[in-house]
Design a binder for this molecule. Structure first.
Ligand code: MN
Length: 230
C-alpha cells in the first residue's frame, strides 16, 4: 500500500510507567453530575447523551509539565470542564455494566474545553455541537495511569482551579451514570474499540478562562493536569 499523501500522525498519550496509549475515538458524556446539569438548566435526571471530539483534538500534557493551549478562534467564552477520562483497552458492543471493568485499560485527567457561546448558539438553532466541542486542542489530557496500578476508580475528588482559585469540585461517586453504566449505554450505540477515550462528565462550577490563565485540574489518585491558555 502506498499512501498518496502522508498519513496523519497517530494521536497518543504517554503512559505512566512507560509506553504510549494510541487514541482512537473520544466520546464525551453530557451533564453527568446533577449540580452541573442543574447549572445548565436541567433536572439531573435525564438519560445520558454523548458527543465526540476528533482524536487529534488531544493536547498531550506529559506528567509534571504545563501544557499550552492557544485561545481558540471564533469564541469569547472558552469554558473549562474538568473530567475523569477512561481509556478503553478492549472493545465491544452491548457490554453489560458488570463486565465493563474488564474493558478499561486505564484512566487520565482531561479537560473538555468548550466554546460555550458557539455551543449555546448551536443548541438554540438545533445544530450539532461540533464547533463548540470538537476544535483543535479542545481535549488537553494528562498521562494515562494503567488500571493495573490504580485499581478500579469509583470515588475520589475531581477538582479544578484557575490561577490558584478553586472553581470546580465534585466526586466520582456523584456521577449520575457511573463509569460501568456509561460503558453499557455507550456500547449499545457504538462499537467501543481499543484506544477509545471516554470523558465521563464534569462537576458543577464550569466557567470561562482567558489568555494568561493557568488551569490546574485533578482527579484523586491521578495527579494534576496543568494547562496555560495562550
Ligand atoms: Mn464535558
Amino acid at each position: 500500500m502506498s499512501f498518496v499523501i502522508n498519513p496523519p500522525r497517530q494521536a497518543a498519550l504517554p503512559v505512566v510507567g512507560g509506553g504510549e496509549f494510541p487514541v482512537h475515538r473520544i466520546y464525551c458524556v453530557g451533564r453527568n453530575y446533577a449540580e452541573h446539569a442543574q447549572e445548565m438548566g436541567f433536572t439531573g435526571r435525564e438519560p445520558p447523551f454523548f458527543f465526540l471530539k476528533p482524536a487529534d483534538a488531544v493536547l498531550v500534557v506529559p506528567a509534571g509539565e504545563t501544557g499550552t493551549m492557544d485561545y481558540p478562534t471564533q469564541t469569547k467564552n472558552l469554558h473549562h470542564e474538568i473530567e475523569l477520562v477512561v481509556a478503553i483497552g478492549t472493545g465491544g458492543t452491548n457490554i453489560a455494566a458488570a463486565d465493563a471493568p474488564k474493558h478499561i485499560w486505564g484512566y487520565a485527567v482531561g479537560l473538555d474545553m468548550t466554546r460555550r457561546d458557539l455551543q449555546n448558539e448551536a443548541k438554540k438553532q438545533g445544530r450539532p455541537w461540533c464547533i463548540g466541542k470538537g476544535f483543535e486542542q479542545s481535549a488537553p489530557i494528562g498521562p494515562v495511569h494503567p488500571k493495573s496500578a490504580t485499581g478500579e476508580l469509583t470515588r475520589g475528588a475531581v477538582t479544578l482551579s484557575v490561577n490558584g482559585t478553586q472553581r470546580q469540585k465534585g466526586d466520582l461517586s456523584d456521577l449520575i451514570w457511573n463509569i460501568n453504566e456509561t460503558i453499557e449505554i455507550l456500547s449499545k450505540a457504538w462499537t467501543l474499540a481499543p484506544g477509545d477515550l471516554i470523558f465521563t462528565g464534569t462537576p458543577a462550577g464550569v466557567g470561562a478562562v482567558v489568555s494568561g490563565d493557568v488551569m490546574e485540574g485533578a482527579v484523586e489518585g491521578l495527579g494534576t493536569l496543568r494547562v496555560a491558555v495562550r
